[in-house]
Design a protein around this ligand. Structure first.
Ligand code: 5GP
Length: 237
């Protein structure tokens, strides 16, 4: 993988918060070689045990705005109409130099920007099995106030409507299965990129990933989308 001409494969993962994305991303990074996580910059304060330079680079707003002016971001967005989040260009350069692929955990606005700039990027949207499960996961996490949870649920409803801009849809119902599928998607894209004939084991990986291609998820999606489209009960969620 480490040739000076390595063109990194870029994987975009988006999901409403509470979909179990962080767990999946961490498991993926542990189990797949040569895949680098792009640590985003954000103006939001650290939550719980988050530390600077691990989950995010936590910066003040003026610093983030200076980075925008200096054109240091491949993409950036204001998420939940509040804090800035952005992917620094240098992560792509570093992945190229190190012969590695790059994983971006970004929102739908950022994904749209990357898809414009890097049309070959592979995009994966992670969905919770339904709205109730998402709400339960957000409450269990107990990192956010009620107001923030409500905002996240509303944002989830909006974000989910963008599912059809992604190459793959992963419904995160059973963690172990989801990890296996996510690994298969990454491996499948690598295998397909080689252009060589595949062994039967390799074909199995590609077939597993194919089950989650947008064109193949069809009916499995409908009840999930419906659960988010239903109006909130009177008096709030
Ligand atoms: P959280 O505050 O829960 O860590 O993240 C909120 C949202 O911001 C998530 O949907 C996450 O994917 C998104 N996000 C994280 N980093 C970036 C980034 O660099 N760019 C964009 N556009 N979104 C990001």
């Amino acid at each position: 993988m480490s040739s000076p001409t390595h063109k990194p494969l870029v994987y975009i993962i988006s999901a409403p918060s509470g979909s179990g994305k962080s767990t999946l991303v961490n498991e993926l990074l542990k189990s797949v070689s040569d895949l680098e996580f792009s640590i985003s910059y954000t103006t939001r304060p650290p939550r719980g045990s988050e530390t600077n330079g691990r989950q995010y680079y936590f910066v003040a707003r003026p610093e983030f705005e200076k980075m925008i002016r200096d054109d240091q971001f491949l993409e950036y967005a204001q998420v939940f109409e509040k804090d800035y989040y952005g992917t620094a260009r240098r992560f792509l350069r570093e992945a190229e130099q190190n012969g590695r692929d790059l994983l971006l955990d970004i929102d739908v606005q950022g994904a749209a920007q990357i898809q414009q700039k890097l049309p070959d990027a592979t995009s994966i949207f992670i969905l919770p099995p339904n709205r109730k499960t998402l709400e339960e996961r957000l409450r269990k996490r107990s990192e956010d106030s009620d107001e923030v949870i409500q905002r996240r649920l509303m944002a989830a409803r909006r974000e989910i409507e963008n599912y059809d801009r992604y190459n793959y849809i992963l419904i995160n119902d059973h963690l172990e299965d989801s990890i296996e599928i996510l690994q298969a998607i990454v491996r499948s894209e690598r295998l397909l990129r080689t252009g060589r004939p595949l062994s039967s084991d390799e074909s199995k990986i590609v077939n597993l990933a194919d089950c989650c291609r947008l064109a193949n998820v069809g009916e499995r999606l409908k009840p999930i989308l419906d659960s988010f489209r239903r109006p909130d009960p009177p008096g709030g969620i």
